[in-house]
Write a protein that binds this ligand. Structure first.
Ligand SMILES: C[S@@+](CC[C@H](N)C(=O)[O-])C[C@H]1O[C@@H](n2cnc3c(N)ncnc32)[C@H](O)[C@@H]1O
Length: 283
C-alpha cells in the first residue's frame, strides 16, 4: 500500500466519525509513524508502506475514530513552547493560551533569576518552559496527582531542567517553608456542572482532577490566591491562568487578597486568560 492510499483511508475513516480534523489527523499520525515532518511526508506520497506500519497506523486511527481520543494521547507527544513533552491521560494536554502566559513571563524576567513555584504542574509544561528560558532560575513544582508528577519529572529530564526543579506531591493548601519571587498556576477552573458539556476528547480523556474547579469553577483559583498572599516575596508576581469569562470574579478575589493587577494576557480571540498581579505594597 502506498502512503497516499493510507492517508486517504485515514481521512475516510475519521470523516465517517465526523472528526473535523480528519485530514490533518491522518497526516500527523502517519508522519509520526515515519518520524518525519508532515511537510516531508506529503512529498513522498508514492512511498510503499510496510505491513507492520500499516497495522500500527490502523490501530492509532481506530483510537482516534472510536471516541475522539486526542492525537496527543495517541502519540504520547505534545509540542509546547520549545519542548517536546510526553503526555498521557494522567495529565492535561498543554494549551496554546498557556504559551502566551509563558511568553509574558519570559519577557518580564529575562536576565533575572526568579525562584518560581508552579502550582498544579501537570505535564510540567510551565515550569520546564520557563526554566529553559531563564537559565539561572530555580523552580518548585507541586501537584496533588502523583502520576502527573512522574510525567513532569520525566519531561524535565528530557528537557534538561530536572536538576533545577524540586518536585513535590502536595496540595496548594499545604504548608510551604519558603517564599517565592514568582508563583504561576494554571489551576482547574471549569465549574463542576459544566464538565458534562465538554467535547468528548476532553470529557472522556483528560483527567477530571485537572479540569474540575468546583461549584463555580473558582475553588482552586481561590486557594492559589489565598496561599500566594502568604508565600510570595515582596514585589513578587502571581501569574494566574483563568477560564474564559472568569476575569471579573477573579479580579475581585485578587483585590480582596491585597493583590494589584499589573498585566493581563489575552488569547487569540482577545479574551482575558491570565492575570499577573503583585501584592499591594500598602498592604
Ligand atoms: C489545568 S491542569 C494544568 C496542568 C499544567 N500546569 C498545564 O498548564 O497544562 C491543573 C493541575 O492542577 C492539579 N491540581 C488540582 N488541584 C490541585 C491542588 N489543590 N493543589 C495542587 N495541584 C492541584 C491537577 O492535578 C492538574 O495537574
Amino acid at each position: 500500500m502506498q502512503l497516499s492510499e493510507l492517508i486517504k483511508l485515514g481521512v475516510e475513516t475519521l470523516k465517517e466519525k465526523n472528526i473535523k480534523t480528519h485530514q490533518i489527523d491522518s497526516e500527523i499520525i502517519l508522519a509520526n509513524l515515519f518520524d518525519e515532518s508532515r511537510e516531508k511526508l506529503l512529498i513522498s506520497e508514492d512511498k510503499v508502506v510496510s505491513k507492520d506500519k500499516i497495522k500500527y497506523f490502523k490501530e492509532m486511527l481506530q483510537r482516534r475514530a472510536r471516541k475522539s481520543e486526542p492525537i496527543a494521547y495517541i502519540l504520547n507527544k505534545k509540542e509546547f513552547w520549545n519542548s517536546k513533552l510526553f503526555v498521557n491521560s494522567d495529565v492535561l494536554i498543554p494549551r496554546p493560551e498557556t504559551e502566551l502566559l509563558i511568553d509574558k513571563l519570559v519577557s518580564l524576567y529575562k536576565n533575572k533569576n526568579p525562584n518560581i513555584l508552579d502550582i498544579g504542574t501537570g505535564s510540567g509544561c510551565i515550569i520546564i518552559s520557563l526554566l529553559e528560558e531563564l537559565k539561572e532560575s530555580k523552580g518548585t513544582a507541586i501537584d496533588i496527582s502523583i502520576k502527573a508528577l512522574e510525567i513532569a519529572k520525566k519531561n524535565a529530564k528530557k528537557n534538561n531542567t530536572f536538576r533545577r526543579i524540586k518536585f513535590e506531591k502536595k496540595s496548594v493548601e499545604s504548608y510551604f517553608n519558603k517564599k517565592f519571587d514568582v508563583i504561576v498556576s494554571n489551576p482547574p477552573y471549569i465549574p463542576s456542572y459544566y464538565l458534562k458539556n465538554l467535547m468528548d476528547d476532553v470529557k472522556l480523556f483528560e483527567p477530571k482532577i485537572a479540569l474540575d474547579g468546583g461549584n463555580d469553577g473558582l475553588d482552586v483559583i481561590r486557594k492559589v490566591i489565598y496561599k500566594s498572599n502568604r508565600i510570595l516575596k515582596t514585589k513578587g508576581m502571581l501569574a494566574l491562568e483563568i477560564g474564559n469569562g472568569q476575569y471579573n470574579k477573579v479580579s475581585q478575589i485578587l483585590k480582596n487578597n491585597n493583590f494589584r493587577e499589573k498585566f493581563l494576557v489575552r488569547d487569540y480571540q482577545k479574551n482575558i486568560r491570565s492575570i499577573l498581579s503583585t501584592l499591594d505594597e500598602n498592604y
